[in-house]
Design a protein around this ligand. Structure first.
Ligand SMILES: [Zn+2]
Length: 472
């Protein structure tokens, strides 16, 4: 398979270094707020990628995603809300995992927290101070960019370019405007840890170097994240890795494109964003997967309600076919006749073409196209097939599910709710909240209990009530 590697700017052949296990690190959330819909893209794309590697290449994937639970944004938010930083971090870490569950995303193999790795970060920074790769100023520690000849290798920016066009905040404490913070001296009221340079806290760029090495060891195959992280975050990770070890850091750097809202890139700072859980109030998780994967991961994705509705329609079409086939074939187990066997022979080509697309820089657009063509083929066969050939449809439906699995689609056990069903449940949740606000708890409980009877389980969380379908 080939993957576009930001580091080499080319499509490079990929296989795990040890031939069997892929070590993958995806930069995780800073837990100061709910995830917005832009943050959901890497979550879905790289989870799909992980499933594909496991299911279609047979590789084991160790998937590490950090949780940044100490950071400027968290400290600022805590000051605004009056909560403590750890309480705030806990709340949004829980909300993050609840969202992964609601989306049907697999939990990472490891979810290391920054605050659990402070000692290792101090060790790494000490090593850089000792060699002169970093320097100390009044309790702050900075990385000395001028000592690193290869700085800019990932983002393709030369030091001169960067200095000329630099909007990096100039500080007379730093030798160079591009030098970045490794350790921040504590300010009153902020979380702090003791260090050789006084009390303080580590900078964001250091945590991913420490945690990826610790949890992946030598398996540094793929480092992934949004393309807004290429510079400075990933560039700075590579610089620290180079300054502290002769061993190569990650071989492949994968970056997803940004989400657009209308003409603009979506950014929290522009105010044109929506929270991910808001989308799930209206749309089934499967629809959300389909929508995000219907555009190549490196390209920008235009977010729109029409796009989501289109995805819901595409998913619904396949779901109806699978439901019909399941119902038709219940109990039938005969061997198909000639026409049925010929139909089965044709199916292999769909799987091959799907793998070809996905192996080509994880082309999920091509993969989804193959699934839709397969569905057309199945519908054609269904329209003409004689009774004794119909049992061939079972293998065809299984193939649809097999190809859909990495993309979060068409599984028998995932939430099969149609969007109108999701809307109805959202309405009931709203009514129940209203009843509870009026202290009519018995009525509220009745809604919850009756939904549970039909397999819809409500769960009250910090960010509101979520639901899950447990129907068979
Ligand atoms: Zn990172």
């Amino acid at each position: 398979m080939r993957l576009y590697n930001t580091l080499t700017r080319s499509l490079d052949p990929f296989a795990p270094q040890d031939g069997s296990t892929v070590g993958m690190y995806v930069c995780g959330p800073t837990v100061y707020d709910h995830l917005h819909i832009g943050n959901v893209r890497p979550v879905l794309v790289f989870n799909a990628f992980r499933r594909y590697l496991e299911r279609f290449h047979g590789w084991r994937v160790v998937y590490v995603q950090n949780v940044t639970d100490v950071d400027d944004k968290l400290i600022q938010r805590a000051a605004e809300t009056g909560e403590s930083v750890p309480a705030l971090a806990r709340k949004y870490t829980d909300a993050y995992f609840a969202l992964l569950d609601a989306l049907g995303v697999d939990r990472p193999s490891a979810s290391p927290r920054a605050t659990e790795h402070i000692e290792e970060m101090i060790e790494l920074i000490s090593c850089m101070v000792k060699t002169g790769a970093a320097y100390v100023r009044d309790g702050d520690v900075y990385f000395r960019v001028s000592r690193d000849d290869e700085y800019g290798c990932l983002s393709g920016r030369s030091l001169e370019d960067q200095e000329a066009g630099s909007r990096v905040e100039v500080s007379d404490r730093k030798e160079n405007a591009l030098d970045f913070t490794l350790w921040k001296a504590a300010k009153p009221g902020e979380p702090e840890w003791p260090s050789p340079w006084g009390n303080g806290r580590p900078g964001w760029h250091t945590e991913c170097v420490v945690m990826s090495r610790k949890h992946l060891g030598e398996r540094l195959d793929i480092h992934a994240g949004g393309n807004d992280l290429v510079f400075p975050h990933h560039e700075n990770e590579i610089a620290q890795a180079r300054a502290t070890s002769d061993k190569p850091f990650f071989r492949f750097w994968l970056h997803n494109g940004m989400l657009h809202m209308g003409e603009q890139e979506m950014h929290k700072s522009l105010g044109n964003f929506r929270y991910a859980y808001e989308i799930l109030e209206k749309h089934a998780a499967e629809t959300v997967w389909y929508f995000y994967l219907s555009r190549h991961y490196r390209k920008p994705l235009d977010f729109s309600e029409e796009g989501l509705e289109g995805a819901a329609a595409a998913v619904g079409r396949v779901r109806r076919l699978l439901d019909d086939v399941d119902a038709e074939l219940r109990g039938s187990a005969a061997e198909p006749g000639t026409a049925g066997r010929e139909f089965l022979d044709r199916l292999g080509a769909f799987r091959e073409r799907y793998v070809q697309a996905m192996d080509d820089d994880f082309n999920t657009v091509g993969g989804l196209g193959v699934i839709q063509e397969l569905v057309n083929e199945i519908n054609r066969f269904r329209a003409e097939a004689r009774d004794d050939d119909r049992c061939a449809l079972r293998a065809a439906a299984e193939l649809v599910r097999e190809l859909g699995y990495p993309l979060g689609l068409f599984q028998p056990h995932v939430q099969t709710g149609r969007d109108s069903e999701a809307e109805l449940i959202a309405l009931l949740i709203e009514l129940r909240a209203e009843l509870r606000a009026r202290k009519e708890f018995a009525l509220g409980d009745r809604i919850r209990d009756r939904l549970a009877e039909i397999g819809i389980v409500l769960k009250d969380t910090a960010q509101g009530t979520i639901w899950k379908s447990e129907a068979p």
